[in-house]
Design a protein around this ligand. Structure first.
Ligand code: 5AD
Ligand code: SF4
Length: 503
């Protein structure tokens, strides 16, 4: 059951007598889960704190995709192992992918943990925390393992968690993630996600469109549709089958929504009808994240990705023919079992050939329970993985820098997200500086926005521009960022003149 339409509005109690600290690692799906859990807790008598030492409830939202992410959580847990000596009322919880994967092991490795809650049981968290504080007994809520029942039984034990939002809890008032599906059935041999997030299940179009309308009513301008393989979306409602292209069309009609993005795509499901929807629907971002993972057919076969380099090339041709201005980004794994120097060079060639806007590059991390772990040794030494990672990163940066330079001298439209990281840091160091943003409309500070093809643009402007679409003249770039200034349009004797604002 999807609780979105059925849940009561969250009523906020003025009397916040509990302090919740939450730490999140991992993907956008985890960020959304944390936002929703915090929203639900604040609906009770919890208030968020960023001081772990002041909290009476500590939650870790975890990731298992790479071993490093798990180590990070276990060492954070280690640091608070004696906290209950001074705070006997403290409740410590581990939620998310590592909770689903490790289950009892978490209690064994960190006996001070009180609750373990998997990705499919997040709605249980507020109740489990209250009960634990009352009876001081450990609690665990996890879903079935992939082999612990029929597909329907296992799927039923993973519930999509989509309660009504607390608008204050969104990282940005203008942007929101919307989950359209959970789980994954692709079973790439290196990946733990099909185990930690369960079978692929798509939410119904009516629930998704209703959530988007609610968000638009709260001032959201940009929605990012989330799914592990978002373009595999498939749901039958009232006898009609809906795919992602249909969903984009439905959402496109929502008043107030100006941009729609979707991540992450599976190459085999990048169909022509989806690309035509991206081409024909002006609010849909011309940005496609389609991880290639490797440029070597043998490695792709061992990864069980289900496509060859030539299939991926055909997909890229389809993208460029249908949406010529689309920006494509990728993920790569380096040092996968048996990856030779030649295989690695083939991956480098893929970056040279397709000139991805950017790539996320990961060193292979052996994950217990995956096919690769059972079949092949993790035989590439760490120093080789590191070197390949650095070489690939350097190549991708070169490509990104060169392609970003093409924008210099051009004008782009950005959705303004708010203060840039540098401005945020300055503000944190000197909070009084914020006061002058209030009424002084001429005050400028460094802002950040994104183009339709997801390029980050930094420029000076008034923070009040956040949430608006603004034109920027680009005058410089780095591998990750375009730098520019706001273009103001002025009518002069009936003639339109573009004036870049000099900062
Ligand atoms: N080791 C390294 N990277 C991995 N990814 C998934 N599983 C692993 C693993 N075991 C990467 C893939 C995926 C991204 C989210 O994480 O590139 O696209
Ligand atoms: Fe993991 Fe492959 Fe599913 Fe992506 S498609 S989540 S890499 S199993």
């Amino acid at each position: 059951m999807d609780p979105f339409l059925n849940s009561e509005p969250l009523s906020k109690s003025a009397d916040h007598n509990h302090q919740l600290y939450i730490e999140t690692v991992g993907c956008q799906m985890n960020m959304l889960d944390s936002e929703l859990v915090v929203g639900a807790m604040r609906g009770g008598n919890y208030e968020l704190t960023d001081d772990i030492g002041a909290a009476d409830t500590i939650l870790f939202n975890t990731c298992s995709v790479r071993e490093h992410a798990e180590h990070k959580i276990y060492s954070q847990l280690g640091r608070i192992k004696y906290s209950k000596r001074t705070r006997p009322n403290l409740v410590i919880g581990v939620m998310g992918c590592m909770a689903q994967k490790d289950q009892e092991i978490i209690f064994e490795r960190a006996p001070h943990v009180d609750i373990v809650v998997g990705t499919g049981q997040l709605a249980e968290i507020p109740r489990l925390i209250d009960e634990t504080r009352e009876n001081r007994q450990r609690q665990m809520a996890v879903s079935l393992g992939r082999r612990d029942g029929s597909r329907t039984q296992v799927a039923g034990s993973f519930e999509s968690y989509d309660p009504l939002r607390d608008p204050e809890m969104r990282p940005s008032p203008y942007q929101a993630f919307v989950r359209i599906m959970i789980g994954c059935d692709k079973f790439c041999t290196y990946c733990v996600v099909p185990m930690t997030r369960g079978p692929e299940q798509s939410r119904s179009p009516s629930q998704i469109t209703s959530e988007v309308r609610t968000l638009a009513g709260q001032g959201v301008k940009e929605v990012t549709l989330l799914g592990q393989t978002v373009n595999s979306y498939r749901h039958i409602e009232d006898g009609k089958e809906y795919r992602l292209a249909d969903l984009l069309e439905l959402i496109h009609d929502t008043d107030g929504i100006e941009r729609i993005k979707f991540v992450t795509n599976y190459p085999k499901d990048m169909t022509l009808d989806l690309l035509q929807a991206v081409r024909d629907l002006p609010k849909v971002s011309r940005y496609l994240h389609v991880p290639a993972q490797s440029g070597c057919d043998e490695v792709l076969a061992r990864m069980k990705r289900g496509y060859t380099v030539s299939d991926y090339r055909e997909m890229m041709q389809r993208i460029h023919e249908t949406v010529p201005d689309a920006a494509v980004s990728s993920d790569f794994i380096v040092g996968f079992c048996g990856e030779t120097e030649e295989s690695f060079e083939l991956s480098m060639n893929l970056i040279r050939e397709f000139r991805f806007k950017n790539s996320f590059i990961f060193k292979y991390s052996e994950r217990p329970g995956t096919k690769a772990d059972g079949l092949w040794p993790d035989d590439i030494p760490d120093d080789v993985k590191r070197r390949r990672n650095n070489e690939m990163l350097a190549l991708q940066n070169e490509v990104s820098e060169e392609d970003n330079a093409e924008f210099i001298g051009r004008e782009v439209e950005v959705l303004v997200e708010g203060l840039s990281k540098a401005s945020e840091k300055r503000l944190a160091a000197n909070p009084e500086a914020e006061d002058c943003h209030g009424d002084d409309a001429s005050h400028k500070t460094q802002l950040v926005g994104r183009t339709d093809c997801d390029r980050i643009v930094v420029f000076d402007g008034n923070p009040r521009l956040a949430g608006s679409l603004t034109h920027i003249a680009v005058h410089d770039c780095s591998a990750t960022t375009l730098l520019g200034s706001i273009v103001t349009r002025q009518l002069n004797h009936g003639l339109q003149v573009d004036l870049p604002v000099v900062s």
